[in-house]
Write a protein that binds this ligand. Structure first.
Ligand code: SF4
Ligand code: SF4
Ligand code: SF4
Ligand code: FES
Length: 593
């Protein structure tokens, strides 16, 4: 590694050293000083230097400088706490507050709001400046995301994240000066622009300007109406929910989560891992069928609804490559409203299925016509990990004191390690390969893990496998920027792969748009590099759960086997297709509402 030159600086009279090329903000943090900041994010992922919340004095500069963009230099004297710097930062925040809709008590961001955090840091008063407010734009039309510009501080983080993760730049600044606001092109809704509803922009927004479209009210109404309300939770939720209750990142809280859901009143609490095992049975069979019978290859996984949205908007000509399998929670919802309903003598119309997901796009997915059986939706409401935390908090449940509960185990209680790793990028691929290996060889792979497909970055990973003489080339991508490279190769007839896993969010579901917000300012007990390592830590929580399972291949899930024997017949049977498979259609990128 190249040696980095050290630069000598003083901060508020304290001599210290930092690396050449660092900004004042970064150097100050290294030396133990926290300068308030708002528009900068994640090591310069967004760095437009516009909010002026980070102003400091520095020798060699004329006037105050924005420390998030100003580089350090040898011998520089920096003043963070001079009266001039303190006052300037306070005024910057007061100006932001003066054009802000401060209804904090009704705001879902309260408790994790970075504007309130910098207001506290700087001592800003919310009534320091009175004046006109920028006209407000509110978009509640999309099932996944709500945009409320009255809470926007124009930091640009959402714009940068959408561009970085997907290269599609849905969001931008519209208008100029005082009338500037953030929006999809031409002030469209998320609902009629090619937004994939992944929620990555929500994850980085410092305020309540972008939030998931909450469905907590729908669940309250279902309870009130006396419906049979059943909850099912995805694997990535247990790996992150604890963060909302002060646990260190990467602490699995499965047992407490189950107990909390029971106290919330759900009649049954199921693990979506059962649905994940079912997905592997269907998807693995579909893949082998395509390889052995000359079907469309490469086959691409279909469990990420953000990715499905992207494919329908941008690659309508490649939809035959997508597996026809529904995603695990939709499959499980369909089983609850058919097999489970039959076994329990309950009319499917009286069942209300709630999926707890790390993902905002699942809210959109469950509304699709193709995700209904005989007009009945598989899933009735989707809440994010954050919404589940809000439900737990408002109910007065002391999460940390809960005993560990157990999943309901009637009919859909078994799950395998393969189902657990669906939550990480490469996990669906690995789970499918475990089953494909068995189907092709007739025995289990001795070393069960396919570590060549593991990783948590957003780039492309690939592997070439020879299973009993059948060559299978695989690739994994997460985030649409990487996926596009693989898709363009397919379009050009140059793809060498048989099977591709694509996840909408960089890093997979553990980094989904509905997961707890990761901000170093609210995570005092975490290491300094947490913004770089949190995905790895959450992923590790799932890999450890996989290792602890005695059964780690989906085809060995006894209750899944029973479901086929008693109800579905074979994987990919006619009945399985009716309940567990779906279809796709190319969509206009810009449409009328
Ligand atoms: S974004 Fe922050 S300051 Fe604004 S209303 Fe919400 S909690 Fe309050
Ligand atoms: S939801 Fe995803 S695709 Fe849509 S604007 Fe946000 S980051 Fe971009
Ligand atoms: S919507 Fe949020 S992330 Fe985007 S510019 Fe406004 S405050 Fe920043
Ligand atoms: S954080 Fe430096 S200008 Fe916004």
């Amino acid at each position: 590694m190249k040696d980095v030159k050290k630069i000598n600086i003083t901060i508020d009279g304290v001599a210290c050293q930092a690396d050449e090329g660092m900004t004042i903000l970064e150097a100050a943090r290294l030396c133990g000083f926290e300068i308030p900041s708002l528009c900068t994010f994640n090591h310069g992922e967004c760095n437009q230097g516009s909010c002026r919340v980070c102003l400091v004095e520095a020798t060699g500069a004329r006037g105050l400088v924005a420390s998030c963009v100003y580089p350090i230099s040898e011998g520089m004297e920096i003043k963070i706490s001079s009266p001039k710097a303190l006052e300037a930062r306070r005024e910057s925040v007061e100006l932001l507050l003066s054009n802000h809709n401060r209804n904090c008590q009704q705001c879902d961001k309260n408790g994790k709001c970075e504007l309130l955090y910098v207001a506290q840091q700087t001592g800003a008063r919310d009534d320091a400046f009175a004046g006109e407010h920028t006209p407000v734009h509110i978009d509640r039309l999309a099932p996944s995301i709500v945009r409320d510009t009255s809470k926007c501080v124009l930091c640009g983080r959402c714009i940068a994240r959408c561009q970085n993760a997907h290269g599609i730049g849905i969001l931008g600044f519209e208008n100029r000066g005082f009338n500037t606001f953030v929006s999809p092109a031409e002030d469209r809704s998320f609902a009629n622009s090619p937004c994939i509803q992944c929620g990555q922009c929500v994850n980085v927004c410092p305020t309540g300007a972008l939030m998931e479209h909450s469905e907590i009210d729908k669940i309250d109404a279902a309870f009130k109406a006396g419906k049979c309300v059943i909850a099912q939770a995805a694997p990535a939720v247990r790996a992150a929910l604890g963060e909302e209750f002060g646990y260190k990142i990467g602490t699995p809280v499965t047992g407490k989560m189950i107990s909390a859901m029971r106290r919330l009143g759900f009649k049954r609490v199921y693990d979506v891992n059962f649905g994940a095992d079912l997905t592997i049975m269907e998807e693995g069979t579909e893949l082998l069928g395509r390889i052995q019978n000359g079907g469309t290859l490469p086959m691409i996984t279909s469990c990420s609804p953000g990715w499905i949205n992207y494919a329908e908007y941008n690659y309508g000509d490649l939809l035959d490559h997508l597996s026809s399998c529904k995603s695990p929670h939709q499959m499980q919802g369909a089983v609850i409203k058919s097999y489970w309903a039959e076994q329990n003598g309950i009319d499917p119309k009286d069942i209300f299925v709630v999926s707890v997901m790390p993902c905002t796009a699942k809210k959109f997915e469950k509304e699709r016509e193709q995700e209904k059986v005989n007009g009945i939706p598989d899933v009735d409401a989707v809440i994010t990990t954050r919404e589940l935390a809000r439900m737990i908090k408002r109910s007065g449940i002391m999460f940390n004191r809960l005993p560990d509960g157990e999943w309901d185990s009637d009919i859909m209680g078994d799950y395998t390690g393969a189902g657990v790793i669906f939550g990480v990028t490469g996990g669906v691929m690995e789970a499918a390969l475990r089953t494909v290996y068995f189907k092709l060889t007739g025995h289990e792979k001795e070393d069960i893990e396919f570590t060549e497909v593991r990783g948590h970055d957003a780039g492309i990973r690939e592997a070439s496998l020879d299973i009993n003489g059948v060559k299978i080339n695989v690739a994994i991508a997460s985030g649409m920027r990487s996926a596009k490279i693989l898709l363009d190769d397919i379009r050009a007839g140059k793809s060498k792969y048989h099977f591709i896993e694509i996840m909408g969010c960089p890093g997979g579901c553990i980094n989904g748009g509905g997961q707890p917000f990761v901000r170093s300012c609210f995570l005092e007990n975490e290491d300094d590099d947490i913004m770089e390592t949190y995905k790895e830590k959450r992923a590790q929580a799932l890999y450890s759960e996989d290792e602890r399972q005695t059964i780690r291949q989906s085809h060995n899930n006894v209750q899944v086997q029973k479901l086929y024997e008693e109800f579905l017949g074979e994987p990919n049977s006619h009945k399985a297709h009716e309940l567990l498979h779906t279809s796709y259609a190319a969509r206009e990128r810009f449409s009328d509402l």
